[in-house]
Structure formats: C-alpha cells, structure tokens
Design a protein around this ligand. Structure first.
Ligand SMILES: [Zn+2]
Length: 78
C-alpha cells in the first residue's frame, strides 16, 4: 500500500518535472505544458491551447479573415 502510494507520487512528480510550462495561452491565460496540444497561430503568432482554437478564432475573426466587400468582388468565373 505504502509502496504503491510512493510510486504514484513519484510518478506525478516526474510528470510535473517532464512537462514544464512552455508558454501561457494567449486566449485563456492558463499555462501550456509541453505535453499539451498547443498551436501557434500563423498570422498573429499567438500561442494557444488547441482546445481554445474555436473561441480564439471567433474572437480574432477579423485579424484572421476579412469581409468580402462589393468593392472587392471574388472572381469566381474561370
Ligand atoms: Zn487556452
């Protein structure tokens, strides 16, 4: 029982040691650990959790995209 507990806590400590914080998420502000799925957004160079992508994309929609205006019509006929 004691041995099991000790192995468990050593394993947890190892996990923490092996997964240092590499950055803080530019969306939620929480730490990103080496083991987390993290993304660098190409256009903004923000670093975010991959789980934060959807909310991030909504919040930064017009940094990542632009509205199509009538002045700038898409040329779709080929
Ligand atoms: Zn996040």
């Amino acid at each position: 029982m004691n041995r099991l507990y000790r192995e468990y806590s050593e394993e947890s400590r190892d996990k923490i040691r092996q997964n240092p914080v590499i950055a803080y998420c530019d969306h939620c502000g929480f730490a990103i650990y080496e083991s987390d799925d993290a993304l660098t957004v190409n256009d903004t160079e923000d670093i975010i959790h991959s789980d934060c992508w959807e909310e991030y994309a909504i919040e930064h929609m017009f940094e990542l995209t632009k509205r199509i205006s009538d002045d700038d019509p898409l040329d779709r006929d080929n």
